[in-house]
Design a protein around this ligand. Sequence first.
Ligand SMILES: *Cc1c(COP(=O)(O)O)cnc(C)c1O
Length: 232
Amino acid sequence: MFGSESSLHNDKQPLRADLSDRIAQLQQTLPAAVKLVAVSKSVGVDQMRRAYAAGIRDFGENRVQSAVEKKQQLADLPNLTWHFIGHLQTNKARLALETFDWIHSVDNLKLAQRLQSLTVDLPQPPRLLLQVKMLPDPNKYGWSSSELFNDLAQLLQCDRLAIQGLMTILPLGLTDVEQLAAFNQMTQLAQAIHQQTAIPMTQLSMGMSDDYLLAVQAGATMVRLGRILFSE
Ligand SMILES: *Cc1c(COP(=O)(O)O)cnc(C)c1O
């Protein structure tokens, strides 16, 4: 899963217009082991039904309430997996735990501790990823690498949390070389954390519409794609 031997490669092929064609083409560019999370935050349930018909089973949303409503409207579709990818406010934490199968955006210790205290009586708590900033970015939530190392001991005490790996969003304006370097650093960070703590680090959620091929090259196991799927 970690790393990749292939050379720097980031073909941005124009994708055909129809949603199901775009999904089919995207799936072809992704290794079978990489999960495509369709980020549906800016589309309605009609588009999501079309994506489902084309094979999508994983949807990513960044607002808890909106996801609750969509989930109700799509309750007839079997085998959906719901991913939370936005900043989670503490007052929405319980509803998020009840709504999502994955939370990619656990972005500070207080939130982790809150989730730990709320997870007591949940039959199927979601799997969690820790959101890290591989480069300084004042506009984003998440731990820096060094902040995360400082908090590892306390995270380990949150023994009810099903932490599975890391998530990152890169800052805008990087070159391909810088993006690939940052994604490779995230892969190395996950390995280092796993070696120190034995926290499972099998999932790396990295890569969006503009950078997902580089993320895959660096070992992403989940890519979160919005515009490249849904914008005409
Ligand atoms: C919106 C969003 C995405 C999707 O971004 P695109 O550039 O539209 O592919 C992925 N991850 C997060 C956290 C987002 O908020």
